[in-house]
Design a protein around this ligand. Sequence first.
Ligand code: C2E
Ligand code: MG
Length: 718
Amino acid sequence: MRPGERTAIAAALKVSDARFRAISDASPLGILVSDELGNCLYTNEAYQKISGLTFEQALGSNWSLAIQPEDRQRVLAEWSAAASGRTPFQSEVRFLRSDGSVVWARLNAVAMRIGKSAHGNVQTVEDITARKAVETQLRLAEEALFAEKERAQVTLNSIGDAVLTTDPEGRLTYLNAAAEVMTGWSGEEARGRPLAEVFNIIDGSTRQIAANPAQVAMAEDKVVGLAADCVLIRRDGGESAIEDSAAPIHNREGRVVGAVIVFHDVSASRAMTLKMAHMAHHDFLTGLPNRALLTERLEHAMASANRRRKQTAVLFLDLDYFKHINDSLGHGIGDQLLQAVAERLSTCIRATDTLSRQGGDEFVILLADIEQAQDAANVGEKLLAALALPQQIGDHELHVTLSIGISIYPDDGKTAETLMKNADTAMYAAKASGRDNYQFFKAEMNAEAVRHLLIENNLRRALARGEFVLHYQSQIDLISGAMTGTEALVRWLDPDLGLLQPEQFIPIAIECGLIVPIGRWVLREACRQVKAWLDAGLPVVPVAVNVSAAEFRHKNFLAGVASILAETGLAPHYLELELTESSLMSDVEASLSVLRALKAMGLQLAIDNFGTGYSSLSYLRHFPIDTLKIDRSFVCALATSEGGEGEAAFVGAVIGMGRNLKQRVIAEGVETLEQLTFLRARQCAQGQGFHFSRPLSATEFASLLVAERQQVASPSPG
Ligand code: C2E
Ligand code: MG
């Protein structure tokens, strides 16, 4: 080559080189040229800016010099893989610059070939830091979103409430686990279906389809509660009572984009409420309506009878002698019998009538809308016939009968209360006329008179069957606390009415004259009992027996007392007779002779309820009386805030008189310590009352006597 040519070529090369540099420096991409060993031959300005290396620093060193050490291995491995596969090399790496900053770069390399031989590589380097940052942010946001979703999902699936969501068209978008169980639909199957298909709800009482709560929540853009008494029909047809609410879902702009329904099963609590309501209106033993429900229905029936110009009947039923069965065979048998009877009675009435149990052995039947009273009589016949066959209860074949009283609305009463009361009175009339029958209420029937009649009838039977018992109440020495006597008090164990107190039957017995044979029974029983205790070696105290005026004036009274003493063998000083002032005062002369005769026989005599009669104290002096029993009403008034000064003065006077006449004074009805303290302060000798002991059965009283003996045997100090 000629020198001129060489110069020209050198000049052209220089231009070409300058052009190349200018082009490469103008490029925003970094450019690195390396030899076949990877050592840097050239870098452009952009490369220097990205890598943080100067031209000189890069020159001659391996192209991977600027790469962050953690990335270097990977990139070199990718490089050699690309080289061996003769494919272009591409990678994303971090450059670690000398100032410590990191730059993300995208590398692209192509081999430089001249002919078939390789002459190193050209790499372009793109700064992708900004893009990477955005990517990282996006990834973090995605992760956060995922975690959030996951959290919501887990929460929704672990809560007991069922949750489902819909889109604005009311199609299902989501069900949590509880909603899947309650609807019977899986989330997958349900998704996209109309809400009503999956969340199929009806009104529990009308069985009509209930309003779609999601639709309402979205339309009105507010939270709405589900209708009360809402029932969800499961996919398999099963039902559960549910309760809860629906709310709209909003997007960021506040637009409604769906709804969420939250609900839960209230079947158990609703069932409990129903059960409670049932219990409040039904009898526990028989499951029949109770008094409350009957009254409700009766009022309803009266109103309806009014409108339809019809009548309503109330049948009051009482089992005859049920108490006797209950007491002798036990409550278990009694309960079973009541259930069996309820069963039979229920077959005698229409579905629109009501059979109810009032408690005990009383049932009430309400016949709604009858045409005439005869209809009620027909039902009465049916009821009596239904019980005609005996009942098999356990091992017992029991035959029970009914007494039925009937009242008719509107003739026998305009209110439920009057109708019931009158039917009850009529029932007593049925009992009084021999039981096992029915009676209509009649205007002339007076509740008290009917009861009287019944008791009178029953008293005759009671005497014959020995239904009376005696209870014993102790009389106490107020200083020593020792028992000084006892009073025999009669009780009546009626098989129908239960245990009756003397007030409930003694006045009736007096009225109808039955008091005489009853009094004789009491006297005999008291003497027999005390003699038996004596024979058993108990430390017996004298027994006081109440004698009514009718008995006292009866011509056979003295003979009766004498024969009973002889018959029972009781020593007369163990017997005291309690008489009232009025029986003594009605015929003073006659009284005096009887009293003297009794004293002559060796008996003790007491005036009962002293202070309530109008006895002249001067007469009293003439009577051979041993004991004055101060009436309960005076003792009751002592030591009260109402004063009781008059009573206190009277009690004081009686105590003084008793002391003068050497009579024993007993204060009756001592109930409180205050009364006792007062009586002691006035030196009242003896007392009787609940404060010391209630009247006890013979067995209980015998135990008291035994305890008394033990106390006497080992007196406590003081
Ligand atoms: P009574 O002769 O005045 O008998 C005392 C009554 O007072 C008894 O009532 C007794 O339970 C009650 N009593 C005793 N301590 C207290 C007390 O601390 N507070 C109160 N509030 N009451 C007390 P009971 O047993 O109901 O007898 C009532 C009445 O019936 C007797 O009054 C008596 O007049 C009559 N009675 C009882 N048994 C017979 C009897 O066999 N024959 C007759 N003819 N009458 C009898
Ligand atoms: Mg008495």
